[in-house]
Design a binder for this molecule. Structure first.
Ligand SMILES: Nc1ncnc2c1ncn2[C@@H]1O[C@H](COP(=O)(O)OP(=O)(O)O)[C@@H](O)[C@H]1O
Ligand SMILES: [Mg+2]
Length: 782
């Protein structure tokens, strides 16, 4: 059953998303795709929008995940606008972090070279050329990787096999079988499944069987068209639906004489949904098409219109969800909306036709610009983990905002991009998106007509990311220009930031005396101006420098101050770095127990916000500690785990000279203690671990075995009412909507939902949806 399979997919790695609706048919296509994948390294599923390419690819990937040692991974490319970020986006969705400036195929290849996995590249159509180049390079260098792509057209890569995804089977209207035979057609099964979700009492029968089958024929067996048509059953009978559909087709063919009748069903359905929308709904549909990925209600409200007010915007969004134009999803208890791809394109066409694209993109940008400003102001505080998660959800929108700002003819917009990119520095650092940071900053610095101070801040941020990538030669002129700008403008705070960054550059090169001078100067200025972020950064930097310089007590005192302040402020980012620095100093004076405790404490915090570079430092340091504790096998394994992390963050101990010395010394001692062969064996074991498993190992947490997934068998654990509510939850209805539909109080619905969660041992509505989908009658593909 589906939900059981999904639970297993999660446990065994890979990143395949959860199905929220049932899957129908496709047995033949699944077999065929698998066969193609056995023969060719690249298989592309092609076909028109809505035909089911993505769904099929996901199904194949799920059923094949065990064939590959490193499982199946899906990378969603539909939201990516910048071909330059292709490799980075893939790296990121494979949870590798990334890379150097721009499109870094190299890291991706290094990571995949020794892996065996199925890589699904979903929705490649708008980036066909870039995808082709990348896939070509991948399959040549990575013998264990197979690629399953979905795209409206084939990629045109050597050795590629293409499969045109056919429509779901439809009955022949000239020779309709008896009504009860409908189940043999996947399109009709899909229609019935979705109809039951809209009208629980819907049942195919001898009376409606014929019209049902004719309808599926009219809908060309296009699953998206079927799903859109079914929504109309809320207010139309099947017969009425058929009539209206025929009218619609006539309308469409009038408009475009000569166009083939096939594949117009989807367009007709979308047109129809559009026509049924009120003027306000339509405007909102077109406006929300500027979002990339999912978005929340507040953002929608801002983009839709300032004049309709909150209640107005909420009403419009709900009305679009009701018409199945917008999808509603829940993530971490928060509701978000998403416009399906075909409807998004349609909305954008309307937006272009109305000449409103620029102004609405501008509103979108305003919203995310303001979000990023708030992030920067609130960063040093108790909400860091929440902020990182929030920005992660908005990543596609942040990229869209930066992209549209830089594409705008108005140079003022490039300045907006410059400011956003600078403010996002902290986030990119945590996500190890150093390359992406440079990508945006480089572009914005060329075109933006920013004030000297904004320019200085951007140069400084860009210099910092360049340093983290070990490129001191490129970083130096950036920092020099920033220095002269801040001197000329006489801005002490920005000047302190630049000075501090230059101090860190000196530290990375091992010039401890220079580093000490620069950071000390910066620290005094941060203190004088009460700039907490700078102060914490400088306390960490100076503490580390002094510790490395043999002044342990002085170093620990500064780090202690840093820790006190972070405790007071409730912040964990600098706290984790300070703890790591403490561990470094304790280690250098042989206090191994203290060193180990501090490094593990640091690692726990770093894991909470998925701070990848910091994690790498901590794991590496724990390896040295293990060596000195004479646990050399553990040390070798940790060195292996760290090696893989250094690779994927595209950094290296060598970029940080004082660190590199210790790293090298302890690694070679561990190697000598174990002997080459034994060392290799344990190193390789660590190298193969996923990041999560590596952290567990480093923390010496027992790998907890999860309870066996709940068997998906009768008896139904829910009461009838609960089952009814669970079905509605699975359709993405909110408690309020369910209350309205069932004519009961919202509070009662909340109580039921709580009961359902408790009974099923779930924590989210998405899990309920997955469970419901899994209980649907098995389809023919099983
Ligand atoms: N075999 C199927 N069973 C159930 N639903 C399907 C199936 N194929 C497609 N769908 C649904 O139809 C819609 C369009 O499918 P999708 O895979 O996104 O199409 P494409 O990628 O070709 O544009 C989605 O809502 C999807 O869930
Ligand atoms: Mg698709």
């Amino acid at each position: 059953m589906e939900s059981t399979a999904r639970t297993r997919a999660r446990e065994t790695g890979g990143n395949l998303p959860v199905d929220v609706t049932s899957f129908v048919g496709r047995r033949r296509e699944i077999t065929l795709t698998k066969r193609l994948l056995a023969e060719s390294r690249v298989v592309t599923l092609t076909g028109p929008g809505g035909i089911g390419k993505s769904r099929l690819a996901l199904r194949v990937a799920t059923s094949m995940r065990r064939v590959f040692r490193d499982k199946s991974w899906r990378v969603e490319l539909g939201e990516l606008t910048d071909a330059a970020l292709l490799a980075d986006t893939i790296s990121e969705q494979l949870s590798l972090g990334n890379t150097t400036s721009g499109n870094d195929v190299h890291t991706l290849i290094e990571y995949l070279r020794h892996r065996e996995m199925l890589l699904v590249l979903d929705n490649c159509e708008h980036l066909v050329e870039a995808c082709a180049l990348l896939v070509d390079a991948l399959v040549q260098a990575c013998p264990g990787v197979r690629v399953l792509a979905t795209s409206r057209q084939s990629l045109g890569v050597a050795g590629e096999s293409t499969m045109v995804v056919p429509p779901l089977q439809v009955p022949d209207p000239e020779h309709l079988p008896p009504a009860e035979a409908y189940e043999q057609y996947a399109s009709v099964r899909l229609f019935v499944e979705r109809a039951k979700a809209v009208l629980p009492e819907f049942e195919p029968s001898a009376d409606n069987g014929a019209v049902l089958m004719r309808l599926c024929h009219h809908l060309d067996g296009n699953p998206l068209a079927i799903e859109l048509a079914v929504v109309r059953l809320r207010s139309l009978t099947l017969h009425q639906l058929e009539e209206r559909l025929t009218e619609r087709y006539e309308l469409l063919t009038e408009g475009r004489r000569g166009a083939p009748a096939r594949q117009q069903s989807l367009r007709a359905l979308i047109d129809w949904s559009w026509d049924l929308c009120s003027e306000q709904d339509r405007r909102a549909w077109a406006y929300v098409s500027v979002f990339s990925g999912s978005f929340d209600l507040d953002a929608a409200e801002h983009v839709i219109d300032d004049s309709v007010g909150h209640a107005g915007a909420v009403g419009i969004v709900h009305s679009l969800v009701d018409k199945s134009v917008l999808m509603y999803e829940q993530e971490d208890g928060e509701g978000r909306y998403r416009l399906p791809h075909a409807l998004r394109e349609y909305g954008q066409e309307k937006l272009d036709a109305a000449g409103e694209r620029e102004s609405i993109e501008c509103r979108h940008r305003d919203w995310y610009g303001a979000l990023v400003e708030r992030f920067a102001t609130e960063w040093i505080g108790p909400d860091q983990v929440a902020w990182v998660n929030r920005l992660r959800k908005e990543q596609a929108n942040l990229r869209a905002a930066l992209h549209s700002a830089l594409a705008d003819a108005d140079p003022h917009q490039a300045t907006v991009a410059l400011r956003m990119a600078t403010r996002l520095g902290q986030y990119w650092g945590i996500r190890s998106l150093h390359g992406e940071a440079r990508h945006w900053l480089d572009q914005a610095l060329v075109v933006a007509a920013a004030s000297p101070l904004e320019r200085a801040a951007a140069l400084r941020a860009n210099g910092w990311f360049t340093l983290l990538q070990g490129d001191i030669i490129t970083a130096t002129p950036l920092l020099n220009e920033a220095t002269s700008l801040t001197e000329r403008e006489d801005d002490e705070i920005e000047h302190a930031y630049v000075t501090h960054t230059r101090g860190m550059a000196a530290l990375f090169q091992g010039h401890l005396a220079t580093a000490d001078d620069l950071i000390e100067t910066a620290l005094a200025s941060f203190r004088h101006h009460a700039a907490p972020h700078g102060e914490l950064f400088a306390l960490f930097g100076l503490g580390l420098v002094r510790g490395l310089d043999g002044r342990s007590e002085a170093g620990l005192a500064l780090l202690g101050e840093c820790l006190d302040t972070t405790t007071r402020l409730g912040e964990v980012f600098w706290r984790s770095y300070a703890l790591w620095a403490v561990s470094h100093i304790e280690f250098s004076r042989d206090a191994l127990g203290h060193a180990e405790t501090a490094a593990k404490d640091a690692l726990r915090l770093q894991r909470r916000m998925d701070n990848r570079l910091a994690t790498t430092f901590s794991v590496d340091t724990l390896a040295w500690i293990a060596h000195r504790q004479e646990r050399n096998k553990r040390a070798a394994e940790l060195f292996g785990a760290a090696a893989s992390m250094w690779e994927v963050t595209r950094t290296a101990p060598a970029f940080y000279a004082p660190f590199a010395t210790d790293h090298g010394r302890h690694e070679s001692r561990t190697r000598a203690a174990l002997g080459e062969e034994e060392y290799r064996k344990h190193f390789d074991r660590g190298y193969q671990l996923t990041t999560g498993a590596a952290i567990d190992y480093a923390l010496e947490v027992k790998q907890h075995t999860r309870a066996a997934p709940r068997e998906n068998v009768h008896p139904m654990p829910l009461t009838r009412r609960e089952r009814e509510i669970a079905d509605l939850v699975a359709q993405g209805r909110t408690n309020k909507e369910i209350a309205e539909k069932l004519v009961i109080a919202q509070r009662t619905v909340e109580g039921h939902v709580q009961h359902i969660l408790t009974k099923l041992d779930f924590t989210s509505r998405a899990q309920i949806a997955g469970w419901i989908a899994g209980r649907k009658p098995p389809d023919s593909s099983h």
